[in-house]
Design a protein around this ligand. Sequence first.
Ligand code: MN
Length: 498
Amino acid sequence: MENKNYKFWFATGSQDLYGDECLANVAAHAKQMVAELNASGRLPFEIVWKPTLIDNATIRQTFADANNDPECAGVITWMHTFSPAKSWILGLSEYRKPLLHLHTQFNEEIPYDTIDMDFMNENQSAHGDREYGHIVTRMGIERKVIMGHWADAKVQDRIASWMRTAIGIMESSHIRVCRVADNMRNVAVTEGDKVEAQIKFGWEIDAYPVNEIVKYVEDVSKGDVDALTQEYYDKYDILLEGRNEKEFREHVAVQAQIELGFEKFLTEKNYQAIVTHFGDLGALKQLPGLAIQRLMEKGYGFGAEGDWKTAAMVRLMKVMTAGKKDAKGTSFMEDYTYNLVPGKEGILQAHMLEVCPTISDGPIGIKVCPLSMGDREDPARLVFTAKEGPAIATSLIDLGDRFRLIINEVDVKKTDKPMPKLPVATAFWTPKPNLQTGAESWIYAGGAHHTAFTYDLSTEQMADWAAAMGIEVVYIDADTTIRGLRNELRWNEIAFRK
Ligand code: MN
């Protein structure tokens, strides 16, 4: 996964009421801020300074240029002086990319000894940003507001976080999900309105007969399969557990062949996410396990049992976190079983096979074990446990009349003991605010058993993305109470009524 060469524009608002000297200072200040923000090392994308916006024509032109520049992922606006907001109406009404209102000012401290009216007129963000903010609110434009001194590391980190949200907004419409077969029969929560998903999120979701992708698997050369199988053997621990060595390797090679065939199919047809279904495998010899785990590691989205919503969400999160320093991982996940021992409460997370190795902590092994579901040979899979630490689990559900994104903050922990007989990768987490309230809230909100899980994005980032998509978002975090949540769900029924 690599970032596109996205940039963010820095547009400073002012007017010509205070003379050329003031405007020269405004431009110099903004240039210095942009240079220092870029030099901070805290931002994942470059900021580009734009000439000061002082009237209707320049504002409209700048936003139009931003719309038309494929490398521009958003505009950061800031009013250094007062900037009459009617001048912004036309430009804003035509603008269609992410918008950040950085509510800051050039100086950190009031210059007590020298401050006069000239200084006040030149440095009146507290005043000008309110005028500007009013028009954005009145026009109903979704934007992010970040307040604080621009040189403060905490403010810079929030700008950095918003940039990743903006990438999610920009890139959502480039997500194409390949459905291998249909959803699992009779399952409700993994279903949804694919037309509405394309309208809201831009996702293209197409189905293929299983054997169309199987052809690509069968066409992979033996040399390529052998080479990738050897790569697996070099990279992962081989956990034979009494199985015949030759037979084990043959089983692993089947997954190598699936990985190569699937990837060729997805690349050729331009898909960035995939779903499979254990009950509809056509001529595949094994349920894709290790193969899907590797594809997720490479940045593909995945959802099991036909779950295209989660597949798209996993891909979205992979895109939003691409290139993040010290990233801890993003995966498809499933709630499986509880530990209800007081003080040690949590949910064991896994799937039949398909957990992304980016979340692994320590060595990764390969096992070959029978699968109780389906009717194919024993699939090879990567096994590991997940890193500890704070993370989020998200579920995008279709309520029939709208989408709802549920975001639960969780603490990933180690289980008390290893689980030597469990042949799948696992995570174990305690949802916030605690297992009882977290799980009750999740169920009241209608959250799925599948989640898109990441250590590398915050609730705020995903909620801002959801707001930009115009969908409902429900937080389950340290502040959640059942009474508050149930009221919120009730009010949202009205807020999102069509
Ligand atoms: Mn499942």
